[in-house]
Ligand binder design. Structure first.
Ligand code: GRF
Length: 210
């Protein structure tokens, strides 16, 4: 059984998609052992409690410096025996000590087709505003493994979403979530949990066989 920690900062719709996927049996062999937020008022925490999942608030503000915060985060993950860390709208940079402790074991969902509209400053509505400003016709979402860069780790799964002429950043954000994020994040977790992630020709792929 894969023990997951889901790290959140906000509304938690991706967390909800994972909870629902486990309940529906589309995510196999997995449990969410812990939901961690840097923000005590994140609605994601309410979603976790409603699903009887243990929650922890670990905020940088509670620690003397960033290093202490990072060590606290790492200690909580290790004490809980976490196998896979899922960043589902976690607005905190992941420190090297975490990447080293969980090599190839941290997943992030990003609301664009990486390498477009990613990196520093591309989070939340900013991503969709930039998509509209550039006038691209296709956007989407990406699940990738986390390395020491910002949105630079190996790509596991992507799904495209068409941009409409009447889209606002808000409508596009919603559609990218509905049509892409809530599908590919649970699918990626299931692939990790069922050992279907393979490296072929130096690239990461999900294979079909279980
Ligand atoms: C999502 O758009 C996700 O791609 C990004 O942050 C947002 C989180 O939304 N990393 P939610 O908290 O899961 O609703």
């Amino acid at each position: 059984m894969l023990k997951m920690a889901v790290l959140v900062s906000g509304g938690g719709t991706n967390l909800q998609a994972i909870i629902d996927g486990i309940h529906a049996g589309t995510i196999h062999n997995s449990q969410i052992s812990l939901v961690i937020s840097n923000n005590g008022s994140a609605y994601a925490l309410t979603r976790a409690k409603q699903a009887d999942i243990e929650t922890r608030v670990i905020s940088p503000k509670s620690y003397g410096d960033r290093e202490q915060f990072h060590q606290a985060l790492l200690a909580v993950l290790q004490e809980a025996g976490i196998d896979l860390v899922v960043l589902a709208g976690f607005l905190v940079n992941i420190p090297p000590c975490l990447v080293e402790a969980y090599p190839g074991r941290i997943l992030n969902i990003h609301p664009s087709l990486i390498p477009s509209f990613c990196g520093r400053g591309y989070y939340g509505l900013h991503v969709h505003e930039a998509v509209l400003a550039r006038g691209v016709k296709v956007t989407g979402a990406t699940v990738h493994f986390v390395d020491n860069g910002c949105d630079t780790g190996p790509i596991l799964l992507q799904k495209a979403v068409a941009v409409r002429s009447d889209d606002t950043a808000e409508s596009l954000q919603r559609r990218v979530m509905e049509e892409a994020e809530w599908q590919i994040l649970p699918a990626a977790i299931d692939a990790v949990a069922t050992d279907r992630v393979k490296i072929i020709e130096g690239r990461v792929w999900i294979t079909e066989e279980v």
